[in-house]
Design a protein around this ligand. Sequence first.
Ligand code: GLN
Length: 486
Amino acid sequence: MDLFYMTAHELHAKLAAGEISARELCRAFLDRIVSVEDRLKAFITVTEEMALKQADEVDKRIAAGEELPPLAGIPIALKDNMCVEGIRTTCASKILFNFVPPYSATVVEKIKSAGMVIIGKTNMDEFAMGSSTENSGFQPTSNPWDTERVPGGSSGGSAVSVAAGETVLALGSDTGGSIRQPASLCGVVGMKPTYGAVSRYGLVAFASSLDQIGPFARDVDDCAQLLNIITGHDPLDSTSAPGEKTDYTAFLNSDIKGLKVGVPREYMGEGIDPGVRAVIEKALQVLSSLGADIEEATLPHSRYAIPVYYLIATAEASSNLARYDGVKYGLRDEEAQDIVDMYMKSRSRGFGTEVKRRIMLGTYALSAGYYDAYYLKALKARTLIKQDFDRAFDRFDVLVCPTSPGTAFRKGEKTDDPLQMYLSDITTISVNLAGIPGISVPAGFSGGLPVGMQIMGRPFAEGNLIRVAHAFEGSAGHRGKFPSLI
Ligand code: GLN
């Protein structure tokens, strides 16, 4: 099999046995990027020099006889909203086209100390606002299964880089579905951990009460390994959860007999593509054949999730994005006459249409006279959504549904209709509003395009998600298919 489609645990065995050096591995992926990038455009920056240096360090450790940590020498790509000291970090926005952070995000420090090799920064919807990666201020990314189609978003570049064998692992961020939805559309594993499980320090903020960093991987085993590295308390993030670290690999290879699986009826009916529904129904049969107990569940306030999210997320974004004013960093309009003119011109030129739409929506929702009617009401409805999940988890261990209502759509299909685009996250957004973990695992194909199954769990029950996803992956029988990039 091609090196590019191997998992981290397979490559680890090769590195540890001396069959390949970390430098050779890194070089092979850098060459792969060169050969497919003109068709995919998954990367904004390829960090060749840094990657080779990190690979050489791993080779030195191997030569010194050190035991190799599980992900040492394994290439990883990072969504371009995570700060890496000395490397341009743009959020795919013209307003940050020249921003080079003076520090690294906590997750970056963690993956570096694990010996991982950072191969580049990936494309995304500008400031993570979107579901197709078409809102990038620089370039749209293509889906490797059909390059006429979108990869999903906003972490589209990270999903594609893993799906197309340009890297082994990647990190994305998920505010309303931005890891799980592109993972589903590209046929890879993607997880949004519990809010607070992974430090957000050094992640450029979009909506601070919803944002969470998480892994993209080729399989559930790799996802568990990467989760082990990135989770844990961080004093630099005041919302980071305290507590002992968990070893998520301990949940691999365990059975799911007697596990109570709820299927929210709101996520299997209207609006779900019949081909997608059929794949998920088959997946539920697999879970049932493994001994899980499947029953219908209900999340009655789901219909409020999209409006609630688009009030809360835009309100938080309008405040977070106020810092891009052309003064301290990023794009500055040099022709402005005075400071107010400079703010206006820098922001008008630097932000794209969707970002401007969100800033206006959020500013409106927070303004005096509307705050109670919109923002406060949205916060109350958020509590009702959270309580739906609490009640469901009294009865069920996990909830299962399609990750996205459809498969990858054609480029341009939804760009003129923001509401249609917003609906692509109908099954993922509530998970962020409730702060719980969710994983998307490849479940099969519809019309030749990948379909993901979402598994949701109680707060900090990532282990349970790994357990179900791994059991399913081992029995689903659709693995071993890769996009043909000819
Ligand atoms: N698609 C959603 C949005 O546009 C979610 C994005 C995300 O999770 N970052 O806001």
